[in-house]
Design a protein around this ligand. Structure first.
Ligand code: SF4
Length: 396
């Protein structure tokens, strides 16, 4: 009967336009989209089809591929056809490097979205040893970028396809570096220059990213980008990611620190966790981040106490058993608590509770209501029966 809080704890997402990427929509209030990238060479048609399918089957909703040459771009036509014939139409985004405009134009015919990195559209002479650019020189290069980019923008616009303007800290063009420094400001200006070119050509199917390998830089860049976009009345969705996060536990924590911080601010409509591991490993991390923040619920949410001197059973073991038995269910919250002293009150309104009652016995709860006391050995079995009786059980 405690006081009900009047604070709404759901995350308020920044209002963005919806950007269609094939049969998936980024932004516009749609669920936050999970993406990853295959590392196969796209000249290997069968290998790429299999890799895309593998990722898509475990929840990767948009798959990115790199397209380093025209041959790779042409191969994507075949990959796309094979996917449709043998599996389904998976939305694909192609990463085009350098001033590879011919490649971009070719690949834009075959896939749904092209990612460009403004830092690679460089017209400055290499090693020019300059330290500054006059306004006229700055604008002159801007004009060259516009001329180069226009055919791609027009092609994507006319086909109803999308573009990601993906700025990376550490690969800013020289004139941006000299004018704004290797800073969040430089990253934001770099993106805005490309956004303005797109808008001048009446193309607005844009998604923006500001990745960096240092979390504080990445967080600051996205926050600044969102602020500037809002000031300018631009409602483009953001693609969140920490680059070069590494592997293992720290890679996951680093990605989560950056991505979740922004998501909690309401920023971000699509995410990618980049690990130095097979891409399949990235997908569960994405879904766990979204689930933990209450942004997407795709698995059972387990609430478990850390255990203490009052714990009446082996919590680690029981949690493992409960999870193994129920992890295929969706949309449920299940609590495993060591004792009835604090357990029931701290189950965070879980749908079901498995709570230590007396030595050798546990109690099963539906919400806050104690349903029955059963011997510990039958705990998991009885929990499944209870879920079954409520019509919420499905066979694994
Ligand atoms: Fe200890 Fe009970 Fe709290 Fe678990 S629920 S940490 S067993 S007091």
């Amino acid at each position: 009967t405690g006081n009900q809080s009047t604070i709404d704890t759901t995350i308020k997402r920044r209002k963005t336009r919806s950007v269609k990427v094939g049969n998936v929509t980024i932004g516009g209030g749609y669920p936050i989209v999970v993406q990853s990238m295959i590392n196969e060479d796209t000249l290997d048609i069968d290998g790429s089809v299999a890799a895309i399918r593998r990722l898509h089957e475990i929840g990767c909703e948009i798959v990115r591929v790199t397209v380093p040459s025209i041959a790779h771009a042409v191969a994507l036509a075949e990959i796309k056809q094979k996917l449709i014939k043998t599996y389904q139409d998976v939305p694909i985004v192609a990463d085009v490097h350098h001033n590879g405009m011919k490649i971009a134009l070719e690949v834009a015919k075959h896939i749904e979205k092209v990612r460009i990195n403004p830092g690679l559209y460089v017209f400055e002479k290499p090693n020019s040893k300059r330290t500054e650019y006059s306004k006229a020189e700055f604008d002159e290069i801007g004009e060259k970028i516009r001329e180069t980019l226009a055919p791609l923008v027009i092609s994507l616009r006319d086909q109803g396809k999308a573009m990601r303007i993906g700025v990376n800290h550490g690969s800013l063009a020289e004139r941006m570096l000299f004018s704004y420094g290797d800073t969040p400001e430089g990253m934001v200006e770099s993106a805005l220059e490309f956004i303005r070119i797109c808008e001048s050509l009446d193309f607005r199917n844009l998604v923006i990213s500001m990745k960096a390998s240092r979390v504080p830089v990445m967080v600051a860049a996205y926050r600044l980008m969102a602020k500037r976009l809002d000031e300018l009345g631009m409602d483009y969705p953001l693609h969140l990611g920490v680059t070069e996060a590494g592997d293992g536990e720290y890679g996951r924590i680093k990605s989560t620190a950056g991505i979740a911080t922004l998501l909690a601010d309401g920023l971000g409509d699509t995410i990618r966790v980049s690990l130095t591991e097979p891409p399949e490993k990235e997908i569960p991390v994405c879904y766990s981040i979204l689930q933990a923040l209450g942004l997407r619920k795709t698995m059972v949410e387990y609430v478990a106490c850390p255990s203490c001197g009052r714990t009446l059973f082996n919590l680690e073991e029981v949690l493992h058993k409960v999870r193994e038995a129920t992890k295929h269910l969706t949309g449920l919250d299940i609590a495993v608590m060591g004792c009835i002293v604090n357990g029931p009150g701290e189950m965070a309104d879980a749908d079901y509770g498995y709570v230590g009652k007396t030595p050798g016995y546990i109690s099963l709860y539906r919400g806050r209501e104690e349903i029955k006391k059963v011997p510990e050995a039958q705990g998991v079995e009885e929990l499944i029966k209870l879920i079954e009786a409520d019509g919420r059980w499905v066979e694994p």
